[in-house]
Ligand binder design. Structure first.
Ligand code: NAI
Length: 338
């Protein structure tokens, strides 16, 4: 067994928190040789519910689970943390404008960024799930000047996984054969699901699609909108938002970051832009990333079609507007580069 690591989960009493914690304790995120110490963060009103989850975690008798502690103070919750899953956030309420939502969440993510800066382990890795995820990650990072910006990521893996599933279904292929999918941009309706590089068991996806009579029309009118609007579709059909699939995607995100992407394949993560593909440096935007030995790298060798580039530009404008709204309200932290 490896030495234990500390994993902090925020919004631990919420739905995605509940769907994540037992699987983290079971080794589904970091591997069956990695003991974990869980630290759960909630707001004071939900702290007791998180205590109940901690009791159930104990009752799971997970061999890899060394300890579970519950907090309603961010600095304590992030003490020594190696992995932060930032799930808790403020949902949009009736009549709330986008700016109000950004501001409400800035209050949460600025405090958590500063607490991570003070208390987390030197090699901390952070994934923000709580929406608006990209900009929440940017806010947290801006308040953590001592943590490299590369360590703050946001989750677009659910969109990525949804795209893999749509392609597998449309082509009648096993989902494990679908590789080289990319989600670009913001985790929002403006995201850019891009299958141009996708291969199915090594064959270009376009060839496999055209054998089934599916072409550009299917990509534009079915594939892209289905992936981008899947969250709303789940709410309509299930009567509740995506929870277990979101928790699964968060675990996938961290799993691949730490344990690597398969040779020849990549995944999608929202990470700080190095200016490539026309995305302003410093914005947190989804890219194709390759992970090795616990580090990720933006894949710089992808050819973007004219159409994908145009769509990405509008997703980037949205990210820029979100950042500028936060900046105008004086809510960005002291770190340079954003
Ligand atoms: P939920 O409402 O069931 O749980 C959220 C929890 O966060 C609540 O228990 C709340 O008390 C807690 N919380 C609020 N502020 C907090 C703070 N300052 N510190 C610690 N905890 C805090 O919501 P659910 O379904 O678990 O979703 C969580 C978030 O994930 C939402 O923002 C949702 O929009 C987002 N989401 C993101 C996805 C993505 O693909 N990036 C996919 C699905 C959901």
């Amino acid at each position: 067994l490896l030495p234990p690591v500390t994993v902090t989960v925020t919004g631990a009493a919420g739905q995605i928190g509940y769907a994540s914690l037992f699987r983290i304790a079971n080794g589904d995120m970091l591997g069956k040789n990695q003991p974990v110490r869980l630290r759960l963060l909630e707001i004071p009103q939900a702290r007791q519910a998180a205590e109940g989850t901690a009791m159930e975690l104990a009752d799971g008798a997970f061999p890899l689970l060394e300890s579970v502690d519950v907090f309603d103070d961010a600095a304590q919750a992030f003490d020594g943390t190696g992995f932060g899953l930032l799930i808790g956030s403020k949902p949009r309420q009736k009549g709330m404008e986008r700016g109000d939502l950004l501001e409400a969440n800035a209050g949460i993510f600025s405090v958590q960024g500063a607490a991570l800066n003070e208390a987390a382990a030197d090699d901390v890795r952070i994934v923000v799930v709580g929406n608006p995820a990209n900009t929440n990650a940017l806010i947290a990072s801006s308040h953590a000047p001592d943590i490299p910006s590369e360590r703050f990521t946001a989750m677009t893996r659910l969109d990525h996984n949804r795209a893999l599933a749509q392609i597998a279904h449309a082509t009648g292929s096993p989902v494990g054969d679908v590789e080289r999918m990319t989600i670009w941009g913001n985790h929002s309706a403006t995201q850019v699901p891009d299958l141009d590089q996708v291969t199915i068991a090594g064959r270009p996806v376009r060839d496999v699609l055209s054998e089934r009579g599916l072409g550009e029309e299917w990509v534009r009118t079915s594939f892209i909108p289905t992936v981008a609007q899947r969250g709303a579709e789940i709410i309509a059909v299930r009567g509740g938002s995506s929870v277990a699939s979101a928790a699964h995607a968060a675990l996938d995100h961290v799993h691949d970051w730490v344990l690597g992407t398969p040779d020849g394949d990549w995944t999608s993560m929202a990470v700080v832009s190095d200016g490539s593909y026309g995305v302003d440096e410093g914005l947190i935007s989804s890219f194709p990333v390759t992970c090795r030995s616990g580090e990720y790298e933006i894949n710089h060798g992808v050819d973007l079609s004219e159409d994908a580039r145009r769509r990405l530009e509008s997703s980037v404008s949205e990210l820029r507007e979100e950042r500028d709204t936060i900046r105008a309200k004086g809510l960005l932290g002291p770190k340079a580069g954003h």
